[in-house]
Design a protein around this ligand. Structure first.
Ligand SMILES: Cc1cc2nc3c(=O)[nH]c(=O)nc-3n(C[C@H](O)[C@H](O)[C@H](O)COP(=O)(O)OP(=O)(O)OC[C@H]3O[C@@H](n4cnc5c(N)ncnc54)[C@H](O)[C@@H]3O)c2cc1C
Ligand code: FES
Ligand code: FES
Length: 479
């Protein structure tokens, strides 16, 4: 069993053990390594000042470099990773093309946000160069949704991103000789990692058996996936680090299998990878994930984390409910499969998940039917929803042959409105029908007032989303 995490930073290996393993990546870089180009402003994944690039070792090779928020990630999670900070982007006498273009476009004033923007842009350049896609203004805006600037104004920053010449961008894997880095990780004897310090313990097993064994012995340990929820809770002092279990070093946990019958998503698959994989099989869900958080959050956050965090406004749950997704839950007693609709028990964050269990996989069945998914939030990008809507339906002879509707943000948990769905079943599509559904929905949802919207506003949103759904599918039926 290894008692240190091994990671590379800007091409150099570092062994991390004891206290250091429990530091946020931003703290470690700044206070232990003096890499102060990485800034910390919000400490909750919202501003992007702490953006770094990370490549993960898997199956003998290094993966692509992706941007993440280092303020809500922990060093133990970056075992067998290569971190590139803003300092590492400069090679010999050449600054990175993203750095050059920020200079040329006068993209900085106080400069505090600048390293984060540069790392996010370098991540974009890396992605687009590898996928052979051109840079467009929309793409620049998409890749920069996780970065905020208080002084410069976004025009020069977007201009900098747009003017990046991809032919001048060197793939980081070549700059840093990823093959050598991967070889060092391959040579590590133990995949499993256990680090202890001051009553804290982080266990990253290399096999599912070890995972299950540990969870059986340490029922109250906290399971960490991407830590985009947990990291914020820790930084805000809402929870403390104790015993931590993560599937981080389990290769199969990152797999996404696209079979004839279902899309099977491992517990550690990132939301970015899922968004890409869903483009063909579940395009509406892929589009919904496009609006989810920012690239930095999606490169680390997982679907399983979203599901188990069980927020009533989680973006993915309404879709998964109407799609009839199934969860594989593992423990010492073996594996059981649970319909996501039975996973959420009455009340706030009450789950059919015992202390000795964890979720290993999500399967989304490929059954017939179409989807409509809506997210209403105060801001379009990087915002948590006020109300979400998901419908799965089939239409035959202008009537609903099947229909299933769910709302998020309307009570203590995401809710299927079965009364509304039953009323619609078998009915002819008409403006009157959707008006009735909009009237009826009021008696099924129990929204509350908070800073995102009043109870009355949420009632209105539910009604209007049903009317919008009706209009859109009736228009489609006419085409
Ligand atoms: C800036 C920001 C923006 C965000 N935007 C959105 C948004 O637009 N929409 C949205 O829905 N959410 C959003 N989130 C919330 C968060 O990113 C998601 O909920 C994400 O999917 C969590 O995944 P994770 O892997 O990071 O989970 P983690 O933080 O690692 O874990 C979350 C919970 O799941 C549990 N858990 C994790 N893995 C397992 C497992 N295998 N078995 C059992 N339990 C497990 C953990 O113990 C914890 O309770 C945002 C968060 C931030 C910080
Ligand atoms: S410091 Fe704001 S996202 Fe990390
Ligand atoms: S240049 Fe000051 S915050 Fe962006």
């Amino acid at each position: 069993m290894r008692n240190f995490a091994l990671c590379y930073i800007n091409g150099r290996p570092h062994e991390i053990t004891g206290d250091q393993a429990f530091m946020t990546v931003a703290e470690y870089l700044r206070y232990e390594k003096g890499l102060t180009g990485t800034k910390v402003v919000c400490s909750e994944g919202d501003c992007g000042a702490c953006t770094i690039l990370v490549s993960r070792f898997s199956s003998g090779a290094m993966g692509e470099y992706k941007s993440i928020n280092s303020c809500i990630s922990f060093m133990y999670l970056l075992d067998r990773c290569h971190i590139v900070t803003v300092e590492g982007l400069k090679q010999e006498n050449h600054i990175h093309e993203a750095q050059q273009k920020m200079l040329d476009s006068h993209g900085a004033q106080c400069g505090f946000c600048t390293p984060g923007f540069i790392c996010a842009m370098a991540g974009m350049a890396e992605d687009l160069k590898i996928s052979g896609k051109p840079i467009t203004e929309q793409k620049v805006k998409n890749y920069l949704t996780g970065n905020l600037c208080r002084c410069t104004g976004y025009s020069p920053i977007i201009e900098a991103g747009k003017s990046i010449d991809l032919t001048k961008v060197k793939i980081l894997g070549n700059v840093f000789n990823d093959k050598n880095i991967a070889q060092t990780f391959t040579d590590l004897k133990d995949t499993s990692l256990l680090i202890e310090s001051k009553g804290r313990e982080a266990f990253l097993p290399g096999t599912l058996n070890e995972v299950v064994e540990y969870k059986t012995k340490n029922k109250k340990c906290s399971v960490t996936s991407g830590a985009t929820d947990l990291g914020v809770q820790l930084n805000k002092g809402h929870s403390v680090q104790g015993k931590i279990l993560s599937l981080n070093n389990l290769t199969e946990a990152y797999e996404i299998l696209d079979t004839e019958k279902a899309l099977e998503i491992g517990a550690k698959a990132s939301l970015t990878d899922i968004e890409k994989k869903c483009e063909k099989s579940f395009p509406e869900f892929s589009q919904m994930l496009h609006l989810f958080a920012s690239p930095q959050i999606k490169n680390k956050g997982t679907l399983v984390g979203n599901i188990v965090n069980a927020s009533p406004i989680a973006d993915t749950i309404p879709f998964l409910m109407v799609a009839g997704a199934e969860l594989d839950i593992v423990s010492d007693s073996g594996k059981r499969t649970v319909d996501i609709n039975d996973f959420y028990q009455p009340g706030y964050k009450k789950l059919d998940l015992k202390d000795d269990e964890l979720v290993s996989k999500v399967s989304i069945p490929k059954t017939s039917g179409q989807f409509k998914l809506y997210k209403v939030s105060v801001r379009k990008d990087l915002d948590i929803s006020t109300v979400t809507f998901a419908a799965k339906y089939e239409i035959e002879n202008n009537k609903f042959k099947s229909i299933d509707i769910a709302f998020g943000g309307v009570g203590p948990k995401v809710l299927k409105v079965s009364g509304v769905s039953n009323t619609a079943l078998g009915q002819t599509l008409s403006a009157d029908l959707f008006s009735k559904l909009a009237d009826d929905v009021i008696s099924e949802v129990t929204p509350m007032s908070d800073h995102r919207g009043s109870k009355e506003f949420r009632f209105k949103l539910c009604q209007n989303l049903l009317l919008k759904f009706g209009k859109e599918i009736m228009n489609k039926a006419l085409v």
